[in-house]
Design a protein around this ligand. Structure first.
Ligand SMILES: [Mg+2]
Length: 208
């Protein structure tokens, strides 16, 4: 997988389409174990990001990700804005001034983004957060560059569904303790849409 400026823009556009159509679903997930704002926050963050990057003419992929990061941080409240903002900022820094991104550079960038999420959220795998989707996907991508779009989608989806079995220990969901079992973590669901959208770009080579 090689990621061009155009691919990175498609990635965010596809993610936005998915987030917009699942806005109510994300809200319902956050109603169960949070404060009901995840759908609204993600819908705003991704729409504003698409608006921002649609206006730009970019030479480097890192500048696309930087604009997404800044938009997430400035336009989105709650915990999710800073977490997604941190992820895209770390990704942007890691791939600075490179275009296109080869598989190795891109995956190293995603790894940095994951570490940024962990630090910012003080979360590790198994705590029913977006980390529970990001970590298995990054691990899969790290294994080889022959990974298929289907493998990415399946890994992200299984990881998201696995959060049902976990007890939340971070964020607002942690107030629910054992009662959080049986519910999908909202941040893991939005992260699934993000990686599903990446898989779509992967599959189409940006020609979708
Ligand atoms: Mg919330």
């Amino acid at each position: 997988m090689e990621l061009t400026v155009q691919d990175s823009i498609y990635w965010i556009k596809f993610a936005n389409e998915r987030i917009q159509s699942e806005k109510e679903y994300l809200t319902s997930l956050d109603q169960a174990i949070g404060d009901s704002d995840h759908g609204i926050n993600m819908a705003r963050g991704f729409q504003q990001s698409v608006n921002k990057i649609s206006d730009g003419s970019y030479v480097h992929v890192s500048d696309v990700f930087k604009d997404v990061a800044m938009t997430m941080m400035s336009k989105v409240g709650g915990a999710s804005g800073p977490l997604y903002g941190t992820a895209f900022l770390r990704l942007s820094s890691a791939v600075k001034e490179k275009n296109p991104l080869d598989h190795k550079v891109f995956v190293e960038g995603l790894e940095d983004a994951l570490n940024g999420i962990k630090q910012r959220g003080k979360a590790n795998k198994g705590e029913k957060t977006m980390v529970d989707v990001w970590e298995p996907v990054v691990t899969l991508l790290n294994k080889n560059n022959e990974v298929t779009a289907e493998e990415i989608v399946n890994t992200a989806k299984e990881a998201m569904e696995h959060t049902k079995k976990l007890v939340a220990t971070k964020g607002r969901a942690s107030y629910f303790k054992e009662k959080s079992i049986g519910h999908i973590d909202p941040g893991s669901a939005s992260s699934f849409y993000l990686f599903e959208s990446l898989a779509k770009v992967w599959k189409s080579g940006g020609q979708a």
